[in-house]
Design a protein around this ligand. Sequence first.
Ligand code: NAD
Length: 297
Amino acid sequence: MMNHSLNMDHSSIPLEKQAPSSPLPGMTGVIPPTVCLGHVGIIGLSGRMGQRIVSALEKQRGFRSILGYDRAVISDKSWENMVFCASLDELFEKSSVVIDFSVPELFPHILDAASKNPKPMVIGTTGIEPDVLRLIDAIGRRMAIVVAPNTSLGAIIQRWLAGKLSQFLPHSYDIDIVEHHHRYKKDIPSGTANALADALIAAKKDQGLDICAGQTTSPRQDGRIEMHGLRCGHVFGMHEVIWTGTDDRLVLGHTVFSPHIFADGAIALARWVMNGQKPGVYGAEDALGLTNLSCPG
Ligand code: NAD
């Protein structure tokens, strides 16, 4: 079994850089709050999420340095211990764990660099095409990777619950996924909406559910999850799964109030993935210990 965290000598880290005992109230699960991240490589460092992760790391501590890769190099002297790498190869070589929030187009290069220097990794980028996801699966034989299209605690639990609820509701219920994001978001449907649909399809795999992106068809067709996306305003992320029957309706919703929850979640997942996880491709629900958890009752 690979143990990437063995690369780091955590004993030499000064106390003030050790992670506080409970940095993430609410996202404890099986995520060890005290694992030191060592050298954190961030792909997309200059972007919105990259910068939020830096701020969160500075608040939480529990790391040695921040390494970044981005085509836009920014300088901010208030960020201590932060260095831009000239290449993805350099980033993977020097990092103990890699967190990616960039663009899907960069993935062929990211996976090439990862194959030369496999490191535990969290992928937060959304809109990754299925053929690239298959390449990620292949590289997951050599390193532990968490693919998390939504790193907020509530959304991870929402996805798990959606699969569970789906098992209880008759096939006759129409299923819709409604999502609302800020006007700058590039992909539609969102990665979270796709992940919710995947969970519903997996829960009803014997009934052959299908996804229909875009507008509702009229008349409504059976067996299709209809996806509805809004791109307007400054909404950080709202997802609802709606089951509508003849006589009632069930809504499972999640709304993000602050995007800092994504950064905190990504850091928690990074701690989990570098804490001796075996090579493989994981979901955020694995880190929370939800995968093998059944519904109470
Ligand atoms: P952003 O546009 O602010 O940041 C992307 C960064 O990638 C930019 O700094 C850009 O310069 C860099 N970049 C783009 N092309 C590059 C290239 N070819 N080489 C090097 N760097 C390049 O976007 P963001 O809001 O930070 O979001 C990034 C990704 O994370 C998106 O896919 C978004 O949907 C996703 N996201 C995921 C979650 C989650 O919970 N998993 C939350 C928020 C956003």
